[in-house]
Write a protein that binds this ligand. Structure first.
Ligand SMILES: [Zn+2]
Ligand SMILES: [Zn+2]
Length: 252
């Protein structure tokens, strides 16, 4: 199925190439005509998340009033009380303005050529936060079978392929399976999201050696509460992964 999905995505990308010759290409951020996947105006409006008072684990921006905010290695209340499945998580940009539209375009409007542009931001985020990390593999958060079948591709997998290429690491697209479709989590709070995705992922049987003792980078397009990336990371940890870092293009 995955191979089928990849073929569909490749065919769609070729169709997009042909289409761009016939019709002007549009920006994934604003929908106006653009030479690249993202126009100059939208490019100028996207900026990296500013490192400041961030939780050392999940990367969430801490409030000045948070008790941990003034400490050398601040860890937010949530990560202290409920340690997530990953060792640390970071995101390249905030999920607002053109960045939000670009994510939506990749996910729902087949703006597949935006993926490499987004991955460049993610590689910048890795360089800024984890300059000395080396990864054995890059692991996309999988979609449920039917969701990927209907969409024809997994946007996290497209991002993971470009990020992996940039890091010189292999992409492990079939390491994790999504055991059930967890639906949209937009209206759920943090606790409900964790409940919703708990146990939703597992390392595929026979592939445990690809996780055991390995340093892995798990990829998703957006991180909101970290529940999904946390559950995917926990599945890798359960298979014995040595270190699991999580990276998203945007932070909601
Ligand atoms: Zn634009
Ligand atoms: Zn945290």
């Amino acid at each position: 199925m995955r191979a089928f999905g990849a073929r569909v995505a490749a065919a769609a990308a070729r169709a997009d190439d042909v289409a761009s010759l016939l019709w002007p290409r549009t920006c994934a951020g604003c929908g106006r005509p653009s030479e690249g996947p993202v126009c100059e105006t939208c490019r100028g409006a996207v900026s990296p998340r500013r490192a400041g008072r961030d939780c050392a684990v999940c990367g969430k921006t801490l409030l000045a009033t948070d008790a941990a905010a003034g400490t050398a290695t601040p860890v937010c209340e949530h990560c202290r009380t409920t340690p997530p499945g990953f060792d640390a998580a970071r995101s390249a940009v905030d999920y607002d303005g053109p960045a939000r539209e670009i994510v939506q375009s990749l996910k729902y409007r087949r703006a597949l050529d935006a993926a490499s542009w987004m991955a460049d931001w993610m590689l910048g985020c890795v360089a800024a936060n984890w300059p000395d990390e080396r990864f054995d593999a890059v692991v996309p958060v999988p979609l449920h079978f039917w969701r990927e079948f209907r969409r024809g591709y997994n946007q996290a997998e497209l991002l993971a392929k470009f990020v992996a290429a940039g890091l010189g690491a292999p992409v492990a697209s079939r390491l994790l399976a999504r055991l059930r479709d967890t639906g949209t989590q937009t209206r759920l709070g943090a606790a409900k999201r964790r409940e919703n995705v708990a146990g939703a992922f597992a390392v595929r049987s026979g592939r445990e050696a690809e996780a055991y003792g390995k340093r892995l980078l798990v990829i998703d397009d957006v991180m909101t509460t970290g529940a999904t990336l946390g559950a995917a990371s926990a599945a890798l940890r359960a298979a014995g992964a040595g270190r699991v870092l999580a990276l998203s293009f945007a932070r909601g």
